[in-house]
Design a protein around this ligand. Structure first.
Ligand SMILES: [Cu+2]
Length: 518
């Protein structure tokens, strides 16, 4: 994931294949998906050094296969990265570690637990599947039918497949490449001892121009000293344990939502939307432990005096917007896209992607001809950039929850983030046509006049440091518009989707087709 890969080898939702006919090395798969090309893939590795990862992507069962363990790191290095390691700027070898954080749940006999049947409990909530899947579903398919649930939250935290592990470290610097490989859980990460300094050096697609100080290690836990990691996100962090001594222990803590969807976090670390935050007293408020031992230390030279050392010398600002009109100078086409939350025929929550252009409103999620409204995965492809073009996508979140939006093929940058205003008084997951003219219209400003326009685009919001690099996943908070800019440089079919795996599996995914007209 995050790889610059030809469509045929991208591992798309309908390129799935099953077990070989005669076991490993046998004569091809028993069953294949409609878009299957080959079970042998080619990865050109022609992008910059980055913390990529791979996971199963089969249509409708991605969440289950990732949960069962079909996921791993794919770490790319390049000459620039190796040179930084040689100069002692960045850690390498045993001081450079990948950490995949995933929440899971287990049965009493140690099997993986996943809620699917009517009376199955939902971890951490005083609820069962019956509380989130209406009876109409069971009336149709039977009381014993399994159903998707809106989100999954485990009650146990694993790092690289180990439950609440310990890592012995020496009193120096480490690079931790953190991946949130969870289904629905967002993590707000801090160190339990604020004498540990934390620096952000890279995002999904590679290194930042310079290290950004997340936690200054002065011994005081200040508000704002945290890292936010959404499902699908990677961050490259340098931890500095040099103020600690052998025998000290430090925990990596999580103050993200306990057992509910994430709705945003304020700059001071407070969760938005009344979400209840995990604390160090909660099992899911703990990720892992570091124990400082004596031994050889490495000290990353991220700073030269007060100046941050250049990490990505050729970092290009694809998102540059010199005239400040909110459109990246490089973009030749703008799309307005929406995150919607409707319900299926049984009343189950069904988040969807769709179009958010001004104009006519969709009456069916299968009808891709309208300008505005949610669309199912199977509706005709609407995001069709031209090969080689650079586009800006303004993504409007009309739902009550945050969604991490992931594009295949392209690493992109964030141009800007703005607050938006709209009404949804009928709670159908689609903004109301407040002007009553049968069309959706947009106004600009933070004092919405709903008689004049239906949706209002308000003030700029500050980007978090994790949003300032090359990204293939960014989270779009409720009542927010996030503008991305990407270059589409390989032809063919891809997808874009929410990286909450339960959403991706439940229609929050759309085709992305790069058209080669030559
Ligand atoms: Cu989502």
């Amino acid at each position: 994931m995050g790889g610059h890969t030809a469509s045929a080898f991208d591992g798309l939702p309908e390129q799935w294949f099953t077990q070989s006919k005669s076991g490993p090395g046998g004569k091809g798969p028993r069953e294949v998906g409609p878009d299957f090309v080959s079970s042998t893939a080619e990865y050109p590795n022609d992008q910059q050094a980055a913390t990529l990862w791979y996971h199963d992507h089969a249509l409708g069962i991605t969440r289950l296969n990732v949960y069962a363990g079909l996921a791993g790191f794919y770490l790319l290095k390049d000459d620039e990265r190796l040179e930084l390691e040689d100069r002692g700027v960045l850690p390498s070898g045993s001081y450079d570690l990948g950490m995949a954080i995933q929440d899971r749940a287990f049965t009493a006999d140690g099997q993986l637990y996943y809620p699917a049947y009517k009376n199955d409990p939902l971890n951490g909530a005083d609820q069962t599947v019956a509380d989130v899947v209406p009876q109409a579903f069971f009336d149709t398919y039977g009381e014993d039918a399994p159903s998707i649930v809106p989100e999954f939250f485990g009650d146990t935290i694993l790092v690289n497949g180990m439950v609440w592990p310990n890592l012995n470290v020496t009193a120096g610097s480490y690079e931790f490449r953190i991946l949130n490989g969870s289904d629905s859980r967002f993590y707000v990460l801090t160190a339990s001892n604020p004498a540990v300094a934390i620096y952000l050096v890279g995002t999904d697609g590679g290194l930042l121009p310079h290290a950004v100080t997340i936690s200054d290690g002065d011994g005081e836990q200040e508000t704002g000293e945290f890292v936010l990691v959404a499902p699908g996100d990677r961050v490259e962090l340098v931890f500095d344990f040099s103020r600690l001594s052998a025998g000290d222990t430090v925990k990596l803590l999580n103050s993200g939502p306990l057992f509910e969807p994430f709705k945003g976090v304020a700059a001071d670390g407070q969760l938005l939307g009344d979400a209840e935050a995990a604390t160090a007293d909660d099992p899911v408020g703990n990720i892992m432990q570091f124990t400082v031992t004596s031994g050889v230390t490495f000290h990353a030279e991220l700073f030269d005096g007060a100046d941050a050392v250049l990490l990505a010398a050729n970092f290009s600002r694809l998102a540059a917007d010199e005239n400040g009109d909110g459109v990246a100078d490089a973009a030749s086409n703008i799309r307005n896209l929406g995150l919607f939350e409707g319900a299926d025929q049984f009343g189950r929550v069904t988040p969807m992607l769709g179009k958010a252009e001004p104009g006519t409103i969709t009456t069916s999620d299968e009808d891709a001809t309208a300008d505005f409204g949610p669309l199912s995965y199977n509706a005709e492809a609407t995001e069709r950039p031209l090969l080689g073009s650079t586009e800006q996508w303004n993504i409007f979140n009309f739902t009550a929850d945050t969604h991490p939006v992931h594009l295949h093929l392209a690493q992109y940058q964030v141009v800007e983030k703005r607050e938006i205003f709209f009404l949804d008084e009928d709670e159908n997951g689609v903004p109301d046509d407040t002007t009553g003219d049968g069309n959706i219209s947009y106004g600009v400003g933070s004092s919405p006049d709903y008689a004049a326009a239906d949706i209002w685009i308000g003030d700029l919001m500050a980007l978090r440091p994790e949003e300032t690099g090359w990204q293939d996943t960014v989270h779009v908070d409720p009542n927010t518009m996030m503008s991305l800019v990407a270059t589409f440089d390989l032809p063919g079919e891809y997808v874009w989707h929410c990286h909450i795996l339960s959403h991706e599996d439940n229609e929050m995914m759309r085709p992305l087709i790069v058209d080669n007209l030559v």
